[in-house]
Design a protein. Structure first.
Lengths: 260, 78
């Protein structure tokens, strides 16, 4: 079986009480966007296709942070095409960060599960049914896509990028012992109440924010399952990683190590 | 070495030498080298086994074309 897990037993995992008919699950996909005019129609099309084929109830919440390239106009068109019950546009005036984008999106989410992912086509919606299946199989509080386990992998990374990523992941595993193989990934499924609680406890930004979410989840004894995913980092061309990003990652990692 | 000198100068005697443990001076170097070898081996193994998904990129490129046609038919203006 391709999907693997990194779970801890948890008294906090919710189970449906006996005798009660379970209400239908609904999945709210949060899509923070900034200058994604070209990619947004494609990712929405892939999401609609994936959910329609799998039969799960869903909504897509687009949180645009005042993109200057017209992403909001594209989102409005998509809302008309697919219906306002499926596409919810909830824009903001300017870039205010990922954590607040999730908070803003969750205020409008009617689903009991939240899926977070990137809108730049690096995360493929075809894995969402796998996430859902994995969550139901283990009743996990969080299901995280992993590039580093099982059949997980990447496209668009040269050797240098792969080495940097693996070294960073190795150091992270040694320092934080997180119980998950991919901490910097941002393709995850959360129970709504779990995401609300974790966001309230996280203070980091960027890569480190995603790491802190998993570390805090471990501290609070939430269960975490993993699903191998393929990460296409730029469909055309190769991914670049700057020195500044590496430095800020290391700073954030050391801060997390010292404070958790 | 210090213990050997102590014994040769007629110091406290061989009994005391047996009681005092030898300073394991190579141990930290051994631990450091072993840890570095483990780290290098682990990272090298993981880099070598990181899957490169060329077929995922091709699949996505095809779907980009299909989706572009479909949303345009539905009324999308790019």
């Amino acid at each position: 079986m391709a999907a693997e897990e990194a779970s801890r037993s948890s008294p906090r995992s919710r189970r449906e009480p006996k005798g009660r008919v379970p209400r239908q699950d609904k999945y709210s996909v949060l899509l923070p966007t900034y200058n994604e005019r070209e990619n947004l129609p494609l990712i929405v099309w892939l999401l609609v296709k994936s959910f329609s084929e799998s039969g799960f109830n869903y909504e897509i919440i687009i949180i645009d942070d005042g993109s200057p390239d017209g992403t909001r106009d594209v989102a409005e068109q998509l809302e008309k095409i697919y219906g306002s019950d499926r596409i919810l546009l909830r824009p903001r005036e300017k870039k205010l960060g990922l954590g607040t984008a999730y908070i803003h999106g969750m205020k409008h989410a009617t689903g009991n599960y939240i899926i977070i992912m990137d809108a730049d086509l690096s995360h493929h919606p075809k894995f969402i049914p796998e996430f859902i299946r994995k969550q139901k199989e283990g009743n996990f509080d969080i299901v995280s896509g992993t590039r580093y386990k099982g059949n997980g992998g990447v496209y668009g990374w040269d050797l240098k990028r792969k080495i940097i990523s693996r070294v960073a992941n190795f150091i992270t595993q040694i320092l934080l012992r997180p119980g998950a193989s991919d901490l910097t990934g941002s393709f995850r499924l959360y129970r709504k109440e779990v995401l609300q609680k974790l966001i309230g406890k996280c203070i980091s930004k960027g890569y480190v924010f995603q790491m802190e979410m998993i570390v805090r989840a471990r501290q609070l004894n939430y269960t975490i399952g993993e699903v191998p995913i393929s990460f296409v980092d730029r469909v055309y061309g190769e991914s670049k990683l700057g020195g500044n990003e590496i430095v800020s990652f290391l700073k954030g990692l050391l801060t997390l190590f010292a404070t958790t | 070495m210090a213990l050997a000198l102590l014994g040769s100068t007629g110091g406290p005697g061989p009994g005391a030498a047996l009681l005092l443990p030898e300073v394991p001076w190579p141990l930290p170097i051994y631990v450091l080298v072993s840890a570095d070898c483990y780290a290098l081996g682990t990272v090298g193994h993981r880099v070598a086994n990181l899957h490169g998904y060329e077929d995922a990129a091709l699949e996505l490129q095809n779907q980009i074309q299909d989706s572009g046609t479909d949303v345009t038919c539905k009324g999308m203006c790019f």
